[in-house]
Design a protein around this ligand. Structure first.
Ligand SMILES: Cc1cc2nc3c(=O)[nH]c(=O)nc-3n(C[C@H](O)[C@H](O)[C@H](O)COP(=O)(O)OP(=O)(O)OC[C@H]3O[C@@H](n4cnc5c(N)ncnc54)[C@H](O)[C@@H]3O)c2cc1C
Length: 492
């Protein structure tokens, strides 16, 4: 939506300081199935950030915040205006190895953070399945990790932040100070203001390795039982699901249970706590340069190929499940998907026409088994079987627009192509009905298919109304907008 240009002399002057780095680019969601050309502004300081608001006002357009664009869908795409990319505000402002508290600019990535703190014996409390997101983007989405059931989201690990409002005012928020804004902006997808400073608590670790146990599971029920059995002692739990087989094998897969080592268990922490030890190998299976592996995966990126790969992984999991637990570095365990650079290109490299979407419903415990079995059966019937399925256990958190429930999530990767798109969106709409009827929720970092009507059904009405009130109060001109905002909040 174009905005009316404001041309007051003061605003024009503010927009005309030293140049903010800007370029005209095609800006896409990580899954490549959505994108648009935009002017991208890259501030390096708070002054420049405030100037970006003025530039958008002067140009009569909206401004969509963006980190490194790791949201699968349209959360950081803004086809109707400029994009405000925070990746250049990337200084670690302070790090205290005594108490594990880090103070960072919003463009610091998860990778930068762990590389800085690990040698001192600390690890981020919450990380995503890739290390490339910025902490500003991670906080705006309120990301969760494989330990969500135990430690909550990144918002739970956040002590304080500064938020730059469209007016240029900078608000410092914590649980005790401006607490409403603290709980609304975390998980608020950049719609209320822009994080410019974040203070995070991290976690003490006594080794650069985790003890990892593989548990092969013959169906979804067994997987859920394995999670529940391991929940008391595990630090991390994640399940991989082979979505192809039906019948008794529906939901079969492999659970990975990760545990931190106790002090003294690792004979050489000085070696394992280095970035070098965490480095992912340069070659896959010792042969293929990992930068080229997506080309091989591409050959298998069809139903027959993916059925084969998933079956092979399941058989490998059965063997792994019979073995002893093994040691794995934090990075290899947490960021397995980064092992193969640009693996998404296996889905095709034609912006907007080809790529992938991830569909990740969160369902309360009591209904989860039945709902997920129903979704899997619908996928198979519709001929859209997810090529990757990932299962996690969650817990509720206090953030206003949270996706988390006391229950489970099932993230499904679907291939998008011009031929499949309409059928896939129809399937997702049907699945959303099932999830919403069961009291489930969704996560905008992984979404491209929900409607505003769906969103109104899963957010608590009082929280959504309060969020919309804050939006009107803090951003009366509607300067902060993204494609996600227009699709999932504004559309009729
Ligand atoms: C392979 C892969 C695995 C993933 N695994 C997980 C996972 O395990 N758990 C999980 O929770 N997520 C996961 N994600 C999603 C990812 O962590 C989130 O989408 C995260 O928000 C990406 O951060 P980003 O810097 O790329 O932000 P972007 O995608 O660029 O932006 C995300 C949102 O944050 C807003 N934003 C960005 N910077 C700021 C700022 N400084 N101030 C205010 N708003 C801002 C944007 O407007 C947008 O709404 C995964 C993504 C990928 C690609």
């Amino acid at each position: 939506m174009a905005r009316t240009a404001v041309r007051s002399p003061a605003r024009r002057a503010a927009a005309e300081g030293p140049p903010v780095q800007r370029s005209y680019e095609f800006v896409e969601g990580w899954g490549m199935a959505v994108g648009a050309p935009s002017r991208v502004l890259r501030p390096r300081s708070i002054d420049e950030l405030v100037r970006c608001f003025e530039i958008a006002r002067r140009d009569g357009v909206s401004l969509g915040p963006r980190g490194t664009g790791n949201s699968y869908g349209d959360a950081s795409v803004n086809r109707a205006g400029h994009v405000l990319e925070l990746s250049r505000m990337n200084r670690i402002l302070a790090w205290n190895p005594e108490n594990g508290i880090a103070e960072v600019e919003p463009g610091v990535t998860v990778e930068q953070l762990w590389k800085r703190i690990l040698p001192d014996g600390w690890w981020p409390r919450v990380v995503s399945g890739t290390m490339f997101p910025t902490l500003g983007g991670a906080l705006a989405a309120n990301i969760h990790g494989k330990n969500n059931f135990k430690v909550g989201t990144i918002g739970d690990a956040t002590l304080e932040f500064d938020l730059v409002l469209p007016s240029g005012e900078v608000r410092t928020c914590s649980r005790d100070r401006d607490s409403d804004l603290f709980h609304a902006a975390i998980g608020g997808f950049g719609l209320l203001g822009v994080f410019s400073r974040i203070v995070l608590a991290t976690k003490r670790v006594h080794s650069g390795d985790l003890r990892v146990r593989g548990i092969s599971t013959r169906d979804l029920g067994e997987m859920m039982s394995a999670f529940e059995a391991g929940r008391g002692r595990a630090d991390y739990l994640v399940g991989w699901i082979d979505c192809f087989p039906g019948g008794d094998a529906s939901g079969r897969g492999l659970v990975h249970l990760g545990e931190h080592l106790e002090p003294g268990e690792d004979p050489h922490p000085e070696r394992t706590l280095t970035a070098l030890h965490q480095e992912l190998p340069a070659k896959v299976l010792g042969v293929f340069p990992k930068s080229e592996v997506w080309r091989i995966l591409r050959l298998f990126n069809n139903d027959a190929g993916m059925r084969l790969i998933n079956a092979a992984k399941y058989m490998g999991g059965r063997v792994e499940g019979m073995g002893e637990p093994h040691l794995q570095s934090h990075a290899a365990f947490a960021f397995l998907l980064d092992y193969v650079p640009n693996w998404k290109w296996a889905y095709g490299r034609e912006p907007v026409r080809r790529g992938l979407i991830q569909y990740q419903p969160f369902v309360p415990s009591a209904a989860a088994h039945a709902v997920f079995q129903d979704l899997l059966a619908r996928c198979r019937r519709a001929g859209h079987v997810p090529y990757l399925g990932v299962f996690k256990r969650h817990r509720p958190d206090p953030f206003w627009l949270t996706h988390a429930v006391d229950g489970w999530s099932f993230a499904m990767d679907f291939k998008v192509s011009p031929e499949r798109r309409a059928g896939l969106w129809k399937l997702c709409a049907e699945m959303s009905e099932v999830v919403l009827a069961a009291g489930g929720r969704f996560y905008f970092a992984k979404d491209l298919v929900l409607t505003a009507r769906d969103a109104r059904r899963f957010f608590p009405p009082e929280k959504l109304a309060a969020f919309e009130r804050l939006k009107r109060e803090l951003d009366p001109e509607g300067l902060l907008q993204t494609d996600l905002w227009r699709r999932a909040f504004r559309a009729p």
